[in-house]
Design a binder for this molecule. Structure first.
Ligand SMILES: Cc1cc2nc3c(=O)[nH]c(=O)nc-3n(C[C@H](O)[C@H](O)[C@H](O)COP(=O)(O)OP(=O)(O)OC[C@H]3O[C@@H](n4cnc5c(N)ncnc54)[C@H](O)[C@@H]3O)c2cc1C
Length: 417
């Protein structure tokens, strides 16, 4: 019996408008680097999307916030406003404050954290946004968690328990197949094309049995990793590095790291910024509940929020920034956390389960937290079309139920042959 649930709404939330950024056809990491260039000596953008090497991840966002703050400190600004209290904004705020700069952080929501949101099922912290500290040794947030003694649990993504029709699962050769496809993409000549086109070209060279396995690899490694339709993704650059190299999660909640960064900062919640003007040596940030002036500002709202025009800039963002923004896309990825009266799903030694749905492109993954939580708790992540189908028009209870049914159906399908 389903006892409790929590459900994310990243796609429709006006402060995120999706999960994380990806590169459209024709775009490469230089687009992210361009967006990280100063808009003016008093204004910078920062977020996961401005990081050319660690895009789409919490530590990439944090590092970009720190980078923008250092540029503001080097420019000698004494009072700096930061818009957004996700990891980029908190990284910027903490860095500025540590350097003795007067800083105010303006956050639209009534909580800090952005696309990290530690909720709770009873006593158990559950993540409705980011779950893992990725890229092991390269991750400064992981270092912070280690130094402050936070509990961390490693997840081995190479040891999943596969659920779903066996013909739709990637199998043990998935890793080698993914490496092969990466090499093939890297060797592509001529203009960029869509990931959908590249996959079709690549599959055209394979026999039928391989094609099913390749489709599964594409579903799990590319679709689930972005939530962006493959037809919109750059074949050459959109499959960016990320999951799978020493990833760990925080049983006490990702939010612990954010609380540490936020300590002592002047953060104003419910302070949505809708207009940013720069005149006479001053930046002014205005919104329904806020009117703040500063020497400079670091704007750390998601790319999708900027693309949707929810923040107006006067003067407008430079053409190069606007052009770069138009080359980003944001995927649809949602999460559901479920608590039952007993564990009825199979136990995966790594705690990680991969699940294929009834049609190609429909994939999800689960983290079984039961052993750690001491109660039957499991969190699921759904991407792309499947997330759209499950979430569309349903309330949270119906989504939790639909996700449960999908898990049951996949377990039943695994047993079929
Ligand atoms: C479901 C899901 C799973 C994920 N899993 C992982 C994972 O396992 N590991 C990982 O590293 N990353 C993961 N990510 C990605 C990661 O969460 C993001 O890359 C990162 O948190 C982005 O940080 P940010 O500071 O750039 O943006 P955000 O965290 O989105 O922060 C932006 C802030 O700006 C605020 N804001 C927006 N508009 C305004 C406005 N007009 N005025 C004022 N404030 C505003 C928002 O409320 C928000 O607080 C996941 C994301 C999702 C959605």
């Amino acid at each position: 019996m389903l006892r409790a649930f929590a459900v994310s709404r990243w796609w429709e939330d006006p402060y995120s408008l999706g999960a994380w950024s990806g590169l459209r056809v024709g775009a490469g990491p230089e687009v992210r680097a361009q967006l990280g260039q100063p808009v003016s000596p008093r204004l910078m953008l920062a977020g996961e999307y401005t990081n050319p090497e660690q895009a789409g991840m919490t530590h990439g966002a944090f590092e970009e916030g720190v980078r923008a703050a250092r540029a503001m400190i080097a420019a000698g600004h004494r009072r700096v406003a930061v818009v957004g209290a996700g990891f980029a904004g908190l990284g910027a705020g903490a860095t500025l404050a540590a350097a003795g700069v007067e800083v105010v952080v303006l956050e639209g929501r009534d909580r800090i954290g952005g696309r990290v949101h530690t909720s709770a099922l009873g006593e158990t912290p559950v993540e409705l946004g980011a779950n893992w500290l990725q890229q092991g040794a390269r991750n400064p947030l992981r270092k912070m968690a280690g130094e402050t003694g936070l509990d961390m649990i490693e997840t081995d993504f190479h040891e999943p328990l596969d659920l779903g029709p066996p013909s739709r699962m990637a199998g043990p050769e998935c890793g080698a197949m993914a490496d092969g496809f990466r090499r093939w993409l890297a060797g592509m000549t001529g203009p960029d094309r869509s990931m959908a086109q590249a996959v079709a070209d690549w599959m055209g060279r394979a026999d039928l049995r391989d094609r099913a396995a390749m489709q599964a690899m594409v579903d799990f490694e590319i679709q689930l990793d972005s939530g962006i339709p493959l037809a919109d993704m750059s074949a050459r650059h959109s499959w960016e590095p990320g999951v799978g190299a020493g990833d760990a999660w925080l049983p006490g909640g990702y939010g612990q790291l954010q609380q540490m960064l936020a300590r002592g900062l002047d953060i104003r919640l419910g302070a949505e910024v809708t207009v940013i003007t720069e005149r006479g040596g001053e930046v002014r940030l205005m919104g329904p509940m806020v009117d703040v002036s500063a020497d400079a500002a670091v704007v750390c709202v998601p790319a999708a929020v900027l693309r949707a025009g929810r923040v107006a800039f006067d003067p407008p963002l430079p053409d190069a920034h606007q052009q770069a923004l138009s080359l980003l896309e944001t995927g649809r990825v949602e999460k559901v956390a479920l608590e039952f009266d007993k564990r009825w799903w199979p136990v995966s030694p790594s705690g990680y389960l991969r699940m294929a749905g009834p049609e190609p492109g429909m994939v999800a993954e689960w983290l079984d937290m039961s052993d750690v939580a001491g109660r039957p708790v499991i969190t699921g992540i759904f991407a792309g079309d499947w997330a759209a189908r499950i979430w569309m028009g349903r309330d949270d209870a119906a989504i939790a139920q639909a996700a449960t049914e999908a898990l049951k159906a996949a377990i039943a399908a695994s047993a079929l042959d």
